[in-house]
Design a protein around this ligand. Sequence first.
Ligand code: ATP
Length: 328
Amino acid sequence: MPKISKLAVLTSGGDAPGMNPCIRSVVRTAIYNGLDVTGIRRGYQGLIDGDMYQMETRSVSNILNLGGTILKTARCLAFRTDEGMELAYQNIKKHQIDAMVVIGGDGTFTGALRFSQKYPDVAVIGVPGTIDNDLYGSTYTVGFDTATNTVIQAIDKIRDTADAHDRLFFIEVMGRDSGAIALRAGISCGAEAILLPEKETAIDDLIENLKNGQRKKKSSSIVIVAEGDKHGGAYDIAKIVEKEVKNYDIKVTILGHLQRGGSPSAFDRVLGSRLGFAAVNALIAGESQKMVGLEANHIKLTGLEEALTQHQFKLEEDLMQMAEILSI
Ligand code: ATP
């Protein structure tokens, strides 16, 4: 088992609330175990640029409650190239780093796996940090709970005004490939319909459903549209529906980036802390090319390769059916 002495931590891809508690956990677990810790700014871009600094216990004071990521994040094209990876490796060698914790989504893990296959002397463990909740090997990803709660709070407010005016609202939420936020928010807010990338909704059925709601004297209707829905965004769907559904004032709200921000929920603070702790312990135990996740409330290690190949967007049919029944 190769002994590690210096560990680096970075956040990459889309930011997610709970990344800071995770960074804090990585830094303090590593220091507790006698390791040096280097923080890399702006994900793989910082690795290529050599934008890194030594982190101490106090570097992560008072960050549990902060959204975003104190290490900043980036989408880095150069890391996809062999030249970019070589520059990153040179910087890692220069700073005598022998292990990395990467916090991000599937793109981040793809980069981490390629990198550690090319340079196996650098051990890498991934922590699922993405609001999309779309990674195999962890029931929940860091950030998903907070983002869903943010969406729910916004939709509750929209419901008030929709009800007062007999309005039909199409609300677009994040999720290019994943309807996880849309589905949970739809159930939590009693949406009349939920449109997801994983399932093509027949527009005729949607129209019939909304007309039924009118017949049953519903005073407002909410349709949640995940941004990756096959029919396009909320504006596109609203345009189609307004030709058929009369006597409803139709409005569209795109929730956008507010879904990424805000103080992490208790769930995400605990999840981020647990996964950060587990990531460092896995590296100390000699693991590499794995993702730490939480399943049935237990820490589980999944090979990055497996996490990525099994990674598929599975629709939770039972939840979808329940949401339909409960919105009658
Ligand atoms: P989110 O799910 O929140 O979008 P993500 O980690 O999937 O997060 P991406 O932008 O897809 O976000 O990926 C993050 C970074 O990982 C990319 O900017 C790039 O630097 C790196 N990356 C992605 N795919 C590859 C690849 N095939 N090879 C090398 N690096 C990659």
